[in-house]
Structure formats: structure tokens, C-alpha cells
Design a protein around this ligand. Sequence first.
Ligand SMILES: *[C@@H]1O[C@H](CO)[C@@H](O)[C@H](O)[C@H]1NC(C)=O
Ligand SMILES: *[C@@H]1O[C@H](CO)[C@@H](O)[C@H](O)[C@H]1NC(C)=O
Ligand SMILES: *[C@@H]1O[C@H](CO)[C@@H](O)[C@H](O)[C@H]1NC(C)=O
Ligand SMILES: *[C@@H]1O[C@H](CO)[C@@H](O)[C@H](O)[C@H]1NC(C)=O
Ligand SMILES: *[C@@H]1O[C@H](CO)[C@@H](O)[C@H](O)[C@H]1NC(C)=O
Ligand SMILES: *[C@@H]1O[C@H](CO)[C@@H](O)[C@H](O)[C@H]1NC(C)=O
Ligand SMILES: *[C@@H]1O[C@H](CO)[C@@H](O)[C@H](O)[C@H]1NC(C)=O
Length: 919
Amino acid sequence: MIVSKGRISMECFIYVILFISLLFSNQILALPDVEQQNNRLSPRDTPSLQFNGPFTTVIDLLSQDVEFSIFVRLLQRKKLIPYLNELQNFTLLAPVNSAFVQDFNPLSNDVKDVISTLDLSPWDEFDVQNYIIHDNVITTDQLTNSTKVISDNVKFPLVLSQPNINSHRFVINNDIPIVEPNLSPNMQNATVHGVLKLVTDAKDINSLINSVENIKVSYTNIDVLLQNLLNRYMDPPTNNKTLLVPSNKSFKTHFNSIELNYLLNHYNKLEKMNKHIQKGWYKDMEILLNNLLIDEVVGGSTDLLTFNQNNGLVHISSKNCGQQLILNERDSSILTFTNQPYDFGMAHFFDDIQFLNTSISFNAEKYLHGLNCSGFVREIYFRGLEKFIKDNDEFVTIFLPQASLNDEVGFTKSTLLYHFTELPIWLEKDFPTLSKNEIHNKFYNSSFCSSNKKLGGHCQRMKLTKSNKGYFINNKFHILNSKPYQIGNTLIYIIDNDITLPNDLIFSLPPTLDSCSKSISFLRKLNYLDLKPNHEGYTVFLPCFNSWDDMGLNFKYIQSNFTAASLIMENLIVNGLYYTDLGDHRYIETNNLLDEPITIDINKDDHSSKIEVNIDSLQDNLTIDKDSDIIFNQGVIHPTHNIEYPLDLQISLKDLFMTTGNDKFMYLLETLPNYKHLFNDSNMPYSILVPTLSSLDYSNISNDYTKLEEFLKLHIIPGNETVNILNCDNDFNTLLGEILECKSYSQDDQYIKVKEGATNEVRILNKGCSTENSQQACIFLIDKPLSLNWIGKDKYNLNMPILAVAFGIILGVVMFMIFVCCLLVARVTKIKNRYQMVDSSENSNENDNTVRHINDVKHPLLNNSQIRPPTSYDSTNTAAKLSASSNGSSSNSNNRPNTGSASYSVNSTATPIQMPRKK
Ligand SMILES: *[C@@H]1O[C@H](CO)[C@@H](O)[C@H](O)[C@H]1NC(C)=O
Ligand SMILES: *[C@@H]1O[C@H](CO)[C@@H](O)[C@H](O)[C@H]1NC(C)=O
Ligand SMILES: *[C@@H]1O[C@H](CO)[C@@H](O)[C@H](O)[C@H]1NC(C)=O
Ligand SMILES: *[C@@H]1O[C@H](CO)[C@@H](O)[C@H](O)[C@H]1NC(C)=O
Ligand SMILES: *[C@@H]1O[C@H](CO)[C@@H](O)[C@H](O)[C@H]1NC(C)=O
Ligand SMILES: *[C@@H]1O[C@H](CO)[C@@H](O)[C@H](O)[C@H]1NC(C)=O
Ligand SMILES: *[C@@H]1O[C@H](CO)[C@@H](O)[C@H](O)[C@H]1NC(C)=O
């Protein structure tokens, strides 16, 4: 390097000649074998210096020792002889021949071969600076019982140490033994140490850490940290410094996994972030690294009070003759991995470093990165909502969408805000422990509060539900951890998907509530699925569950009358927000959708899960469930268990009749003289059993049917009797005076038959009651008309033969005895009084009459109606008739075949049956 280029070939020639002559003047190059190498491991007690003359240089010393011959030849080849000759105040590490042999096998004993190998290119990389310590003349006596780290005037730091106190062996950089120490020329201020190995370039810091990796402690974390940071600098931050290397275990001790993921950029999202986010992130990485960096090369035997790069005071001392460092009297470095030089600096490896995490603080933002949700952070910055994730004095709960593969999903500002609430939500504390199928709901205000147009500035709420399936938000989004990640005042829950804002009314209803579909279809028809913004939000009482089904014919009517339907729905949608978790008592004055002023009165009962809602425009209370509010984008929905009619909605008996579609029956009813009273239920209500049109057609009853009036009256029920058929739990009278009975097998399976009549039953298909008189004026749709023929018919239907036979026998015996008695009496009285005999025959005629009644069921009715004086429908008559019917039913409460006297009491009752004569 000192020799100028022009003279290269000339000098080269001279040196080659010189070299060859040297070769022959010395002994043949002795190639050391294994034994020799082993011998050399022990330093020689007396350096074998042979002075050829009074003045020696370093080169002279090397040349005189055959062990350095290859080194000398190398120096010659590199034209370094003059350089070394002129050098002063230095220490030279001179590799012995075996050092080369180790590296370049095989070399043959043949001298010429050796020469030729010297030309091989690998030697060209040889840099003599690896072997020179400038401005420092070191002898091994300076190294006794200590370790010396040299970082000045060297190409890379060197460590000179005495591995074993009791031996006088010394090593360079922990693994290069000095085999011929302390050769001193007298012409130069220098020392030469023969070393057993070549001094290779120091590794860079990453390779050094990687090379340490295959022991039981792992150092990958610091490696990752450095890799993240190193390419940010022109000069690596580790340059000319001491790096204290903590193990992964140490990282684990001082940080949790989320923090580590963040600090080490575990998900490799750092690069994709904008400058602003990157800056903070890199800063934390730097703080972490700076905790571990000392701004000078420290090592070996030392006792030093210094500062790390974060100005943290660090006391570095040593033990084991400088082969182990101690930080702050606490953390000891690992013996075999202390004083590890790199290019350029010194590394010391530790199990743990106490101050690893000082000066590093975390906030929600960092945790979000650590949870692999950097995309979410980016969105937050993009929407200017950083305040939620920066260091926060207020409580914030974040519902964080699980890191998904697709990191590119964008949020609107509103939607993003809906992921936050400025409340601490502790799921495990806020919710009770539930038994198996219990469900518990709670509501929280989200941070989305700006929808002035829709919610009047109220914050949109979110519903949290706990059930045996876990925790859900708005019945849709599953919360994956019931215990939140907490960082400062921020609580983080992971959810399985991006939360969407509550949707339109229709999309907010959970699929489990398909019972609301009838209400929805009304709202759709009425165009109320999209309510116009009212600047205060809406509360919708939505009939669900069985509410519509329970309405029967009324539902059919409402379905057919658009005006009625809208009247109902408009009364159920009110301005303003009522949530069921607000206070125990609420009195709200507001307007409904018709813009009518209404008041809502709500009293909550702690013991009931239901809430009675009194709206003054409705006939009765609505029943809703506590905490079952359904949030939608314009307010809140309460599914109701019932429907109450608005006060100004009238559904008359005739309206309901029309839903049966049986015009023919109506036509027949019109033949009744007092037909008008039937549907004018204001003073005297009636209910009507209406057969289906097809069954009526089939029965061939038309207005020329001779007993039409009786037939119709059998289908008309006085108002106050209606409750019994409505509940289907009691017998009830008809206008005809014939008692009917209702049999209920289930709610949907109810039958009517003539009491004590034929076994024939008709089924109640549907029913509905007028709004004005919902307990007294009802229409019952039945599957076929009742027949007058069924009245009393069952008296002959002895469907139990044994009973019939028994009954027959008893009857026979009784008849026989009566006959015998009569005969005896007749015989006795015959002679006494003839006139008395006539009386007794009249008595027997009356008996005959009874039998006749049994034979012909139609007659008594006909007779009765003909006998009765004409009356009009009035209450006294009805009352009289009913008292009669109750008498009848008390004396005969079953369908068993009746005795003659029983049937007599029914058919020839003394009570008048009202039967106004046709006009
Ligand atoms: C060698 O060291 C001495 C004493 O420190 C100094 O005076 C001298 O200048 C040095 N020589 C060179 C060439 O640096
Ligand atoms: C030899 O070099 C060392 C290191 O530079 C220096 O301290 C010492 O004074 C020098 N000795 C002489 C005699 O120049
Ligand atoms: C080196 O240490 C050994 C063993 O502790 C001791 O005997 C010897 O005196 C020490 N040498 C020096 C120079 O301190
Ligand atoms: C290393 O640091 C020391 C002391 O801070 C300084 O004198 C020296 O020039 C530095 N060397 C390099 C290569 O930066
Ligand atoms: C429909 O209902 C409204 C409100 O009750 C009523 O005024 C109207 O007469 C009904 N229309 C029909 C065709 O029944
Ligand atoms: C109707 O609701 C109101 C308010 O909740 C309540 O005070 C009242 O008792 C309820 N009435 C009935 C009949 O349940
Ligand atoms: C209905 O009213 C009539 C007359 O007022 C009465 O005799 C009858 O017992 C009542 N029926 C019921 C079920 O209350």
C-alpha cells in the first residue's frame, strides 16, 4: 500500500529473488503437524531470539523464526515490508505458519507447491491492519489477571485476555491464543506476538448476535430490533459504542407480548404507516436500543460509572479478571459471551438487563400496533381521532376489529367513532353470572354522537349482550376476550369483525325476531321503513311475537284496510328516544308519527322483566321487555308482545264479518226482523258464529229454508255470553236459547257443539272482536254451520252398548213395574170409582207425550216458537232465557244419555225463548 504503482513490477521481481534466497538459506519450511501445534499452545518460557546483528527490526525477528515464514512471505507479496520497517510504537500480531495451514489445507511439503499456493487469491484479502495495534506497545505482563479491550488505533476492537488465571496463556478476541509472546526488536518501538490463528475481520453486530444464537439463550429479539433500526442510519447507532445485549428472556420479563410485538414491529406494518405514525414508532425502538448503548467501547477489567444513551446512569464493573461484566451491581454478563468485539464496537451478552424498559411508555396506539391492528390506527389518524388512542386521562373502551388479512378496509368517521365509548366497560364486572339459557343486555353510549339530524345529538348506543354464546355487540359482533387489554385508562376488547353502525330499522332487527315480519310488511307498505329525520330520534314500538296472530280476524281487517293499518303503526312510532334502562319511572310528552301530542307513562317494576308502557292515545298498555331494546340508525325499537288499538280506530262487528267473506250469510241474517240490532252494538252487543261460505253453500241452507230463523238464532250469541266462548271454558247460550258448549283442545283447536245434542262439532277457525266491545261483540268463523238437527239428537246416540243395554233393561224393568202397578191400581180402583180411572189414564198419556218428545226433536222448538208471544230482542228476555239455560246446564252437565225427565226439562223449558215473529 505504501509502494507506488509504477515500481510494482520491479520491486516484485526483487522481492521474489530475495524471498527465494531466503528460503534456501533457512531450513526447509517445516510444516507443523498436529503434535507440533499442540506443543505450541504453551508459550515458550524464553523467547528464542537469535540476533544476527546488533540492530533488529520486526521484520528481522519474523524472518529469523521459521514459524513466521508464510507470514513474512505474505508481507512481501503484499509489499508491506517497508511499511512495517518504518512503523513505530505498535504491537504486531503475527500468525504462525500453522495458522495458514489450518485455513488453507492441504499444503504439501513440496516447497514449490507452497510458493505456488501463495499466489492464490484468498490471500489477497489479507489486511495487515487486522494485526496491528498502533500507538500501543503491549506485552503480556500487562495482561496478567486482567482483560484488556483495545479500541483505539485498531481496525476493530481487540480483546486481550488471560483465560486461565493460573496459566500464562493469553488469547486475542477470546479464541486466538498467543503462542509466541513478546518478541521485541531493538530498532523499533514495537512488540510482536505470535498467534495461532489468523485475525479475521470482526463481524458486524448482526452477524455477531446471530453467531451467539445457537446456545440455550436466544437473542433474536435484539437482532430484530437492530434490523428494524439499522437501515435508518448512515452510521449504525451501534458504531463506536458498547452494546449490552439482553436475551429474549429479558425482553419477556420486562414487556408483555403485545408490547413486544409493537417494539419489535412483529407484524411488519411499520413500513406501511405514514410518517407521523412511523416517527413515534421508531422513537420507541430507539429509546429501547439507547437503553442498551454506551457511548464508548467498554469491556474487560473495568470499573466505570457512565451513562447509557438515554442518560441513564450505569455502573459497569467486572469480575473474573474482566471476563464478566456487572451492570449496576446486579446483572452479570454471560461468561462466554462477554467482550465480543464487532465492527465497530463491543458487545456483552446478558441474561437479563434490569433497565431494559426504562423510559418506554405505552398507550393505546402502541397496543393497537402490538395487536396487529396498525390499519386501524392508520384509519384513526386519517379521521383525526388520535385523541382516543393517545395518552388519555379519561376512560376509553375500544372495540377493536380483529386483525384481518384485509388491512385496507376503510371506515367512515361515524363508523370509526362507533368503535369507541368514553366509559370503562368491564364486561366481567358489568354483567352478572348467568345460568344456562339466560341472556343479559346492557347499553352503552358510543362515542358517535354527532348525528344531529337523526338522533338530535344523542350518542348512538350500543347493546352488549351476554349469553351462553359469549358477549355480543348489537347481536352481531362477537367480543372475543371478556377480559380487556388494559393500557392506562384505555380498555381494549377484540371483536370478530368491523362494527357497523346500526342500520336501517329493517336491518337492525335480529333474525331471531322474524315474528316482527308482519309489522315490517306494514311499515314497508306505509313507507315508514325510512323515517324522515326528526332531529331527536324515534322510539318504535313494534308489534312482534304473537301480537298479530292473536288478533285473528282483526288482523285480516287491518290487512285489508290501509287506513286502519297506518293508524295503528303511526301511533306506535313516537318522536324522541326511550331506552328501557333509563330510570324507573318515565313520563314523556312527545308526538307520534301523526304529529298528535301524546304522553307516555312508564313504570318499571324491578321484579318483572316486562315493562308496561302506557301511551295515552292507545286503548291499553303495551308490554315490552326490559333491556331488549334494538338500536337502529334513527333510534330504538321495542318489540311489543301485544297490539293496542289507537282510541280513534274503530273496527266494528260488521267490519269483522266482512273479513269472513261470507256475503251469503249476511244476506240470510238480513232476513231476521231485528237484523239492524245485530251490528249496532252500541246498546246490546251480540256475537255471531259465521260458517265459511263454502260450508254454507254445501249445507243447502237458503232463505227459503223453513226454519231459517231458528237456524240463524242458533248462530247468534248474546253479548254477555261471549266471554265464555272467547275463553272457551264454559257453556254459552244462543239467541235460540239452545246451550252450546265450547271444547278447547289447544289454543288453535277449539270446537263448538250443541250441549246435550248430537256429537257433531264445528271448529272455530278464526275470531275477532270489535274495538268498541272487545269482550262482547265478536265474530267466530266456524268451519261449517251448526245444524238444528243436532239439538237433542245425542239422546239416541248411545255409543256405549253395555250402558245402553243396562239402561234398556232398567227402563224395561221400571216400565214393567209401572205397568204392573197400574194394572193393580186399575184393578183395585176400577170397582171403586170410574171417574178416578179416567184421571190415571191422562197421567199415562203425559208419559206418552214425553216419549214422543224424545222421538221427534224438532217438534218442541217449533211448538215453542209457535206458542211464544212475539217479543223483540231485549235484555229482559235474554236474561230470562239465560237463567233457564243455566238451570238446564246445572241439572245436566254431561253428554250421557238422559232420562226422559231430563230431556223434558231442556226441551220443554218453562222459560220463553225469544222468537220474534217474522213480519
Ligand atoms: C512514539 O511514541 C513516542 C512517545 O509517546 C512519541 O514521542 C513518538 O512521536 C511516537 N512516534 C511515532 C512515529 O508516532
Ligand atoms: C513506545 O510506544 C509507546 C506507545 O505509543 C509509548 O508509550 C512509549 O513511550 C514508546 N517508547 C519509546 C521509547 O518511544
Ligand atoms: C493473579 O492472580 C493470582 C491468583 O489470584 C495471584 O496469585 C497473582 O498474584 C495475581 N497476579 C497479579 C500480578 O496480580
Ligand atoms: C470513537 O469514540 C471515541 C471517543 O468518543 C472517539 O475519540 C473516536 O474518534 C471514535 N471513533 C470512531 C471510529 O468513531
Ligand atoms: C278503514 O279504516 C278507517 C279508519 O278506521 C275507516 O275510517 C274506514 O271507513 C275503513 N274503510 C273501510 C273500507 O272499511
Ligand atoms: C299501564 O302502564 C302504567 C305505566 O307503566 C302502569 O302504571 C299501569 O299500572 C299499567 N296498567 C295496567 C292495567 O297494567
Ligand atoms: C247475560 O245476561 C242475562 C240477562 O241479563 C243473564 O241472565 C245471564 O246470566 C248473563 N250471562 C252471563 C254469562 O253472565
